[in-house]
Design a protein around this ligand. Structure first.
Ligand code: SF4
Ligand code: SF4
Length: 380
């Protein structure tokens, strides 16, 4: 498949699964919605997914709860209407340690997808604690998954993950999984070594959040000047992720044709980042991180605030602006604090009543009240 600039989509081995995946995967978590936001706009969503397939994307990733629980249904329809084979990835939320319940959820997903099997089936968002207490227990999800694989309902066992890098290595070393889906991006490189470890152990690695949950989706002059030729911030972010030798695929949640085409063009650039580019980018990011940590390390010792201000989150967003030049992303994220239905708990800096309780607890001696005031002024 060729993109609009005539470059070919890259395909990479997905660990030892024997599957070659496109460097860009379609994340079906941000499908276009109807104007009331209650349903996926099928008329728009399916052509966007098909455009990605047309440009060489060969894997689509969904999950039962995405897009008001309609993502799996739409993905199933998009796959049915497409004449060529596409790999399907979805996930099972580990709600308890019951293999029978896990199996019920698998069957529900297969019904919604209208498929006989899933190519890459994930234990969804597990930690080491979940793995030990709910996944690898007698008659639990792991045993149920092994049975489902023997029956052909699952082709490959996968997991997605939210925990420390040490825990990630332990789950890789369990030897029970063939691919993993983890967070990694320019602003969050904590899984970098564990990704090398997974690759060395034959696991396929897919990356979620390559543009930092939207933080790197908007322009930053600092990022754009890092490489000769002014690469856009999201393009740089994607190229950075794909430059990791252990990464097979970056999953990007795409809502529009333009996003699909831009991401495909980046994933199709054969050279990705040169060794020199990579050193320049890593050095700049380490300097930015050092700068950010001068302001706040995110240790949370100052919490909880009796007035429910999320102090570290406010400073994290201020740092995006101050240390990384991601002004619009910082403002957007700040604007979400305190709103109903957002994942991040707690209030924005403007809710600080200057009681002074937090300041003595900060090991960095940050003048928290003054900095919160500056944050509110800069980002509100
Ligand atoms: S000074 Fe502000 S942020 Fe600190 S504890 Fe009081 S209300 Fe919360
Ligand atoms: S204690 Fe200080 S460094 Fe730690 S999160 Fe709070 S403000 Fe940041």
């Amino acid at each position: 498949m060729r993109d609009r600039k005539g470059e070919s989509m890259q395909y990479r081995p997905f660990g030892k699964t024997g599957v070659l995946v496109s460097a860009l995967g379609f994340g079906a978590m941000r499908l276009p919605m109807t104007t009331d936001g209650q349903h996926v706009d099928e008329e728009q969503a399916i052509p966007v997914i098909h455009r990605a397939f047309e440009l060489g994307v060969n894997l689509v990733d969904t999950a039962p709860y995405y897009c008001k629980r309609e993502s799996e249904i739409i993905v199933g329809k998009a796959l049915r209407d497409w004449p060529h084979p596409i790999y399907l990835s979805t996930k099972n939320p580990i709600e308890d340690g019951s293999g029978a319940n896990w199996r019920t959820r698998l069957e529900q997903s297969l019904r919604k997808l209208d498929r006989d099997y899933v190519d890459f089936y994930h234990m969804w968002g597990i930690s080491w604690k979940t793995y030990e207490e709910r996944v690898s227990v007698p008659d639990g999800p792991l045993e149920a998954a092994q049975r489902a694989k023997a029956e052909g309902l699952i082709k490959h066992m996968s997991f997605s993950f939210h925990d420390t890098p040490d825990a990630l290595v332990r789950i890789i070393d369990s030897g029970n999984f063939e691919t993993m889906l983890v967070q990694y991006n320019l602003l969050d490189r904590k899984n970098e070594a564990a990704i090398h470890h997974a690759h060395a152990n034959g696991l396929g690695v897919a990356i979620m959040g390559p543009v930092g949950g939207g933080r790197l989706g908007l322009a930053s002059p600092e990022f754009e000047l890092l490489l000769p030729g002014r690469v856009s911030t999201p393009a740089l972010a994607l190229r950075f992720v794909l430059a990791h030798p252990g990464v097979s695929m970056a999953l990007s949640g795409m809502s529009t044709m333009a996003m699909v085409e831009e991401n495909v063009a980046v994933a199709s650039q054969a050279g990705s980042l040169s060794a020199d580019d990579l050193i320049r980018v890593k050095t700049a990011m380490e300097e930015n991180q050092r700068l950010a940590e001068l302001y706040c390390t995110g240790c949370e010792y100052c919490m909880p605030c009796p007035n429910d201000v999320n102090i570290p989150k406010n400073f994290e967003y201020m740092n995006l602006f101050r240390a990384y030049g991601l002004e619009q992303a910082a403002r957007d994220l700040y604007g979400q604090l305190g709103k109903e239905g957002t994942w991040v708990k707690g209030l924005p800096a403007s809710a600080c009543v200057e009681c002074g309780e937090c300041e003595p607890k900060c090991p960095q001696d940050i003048p928290i009240m003054k900095q919160l005031k500056a944050t509110a002024e800069a980002l509100a």
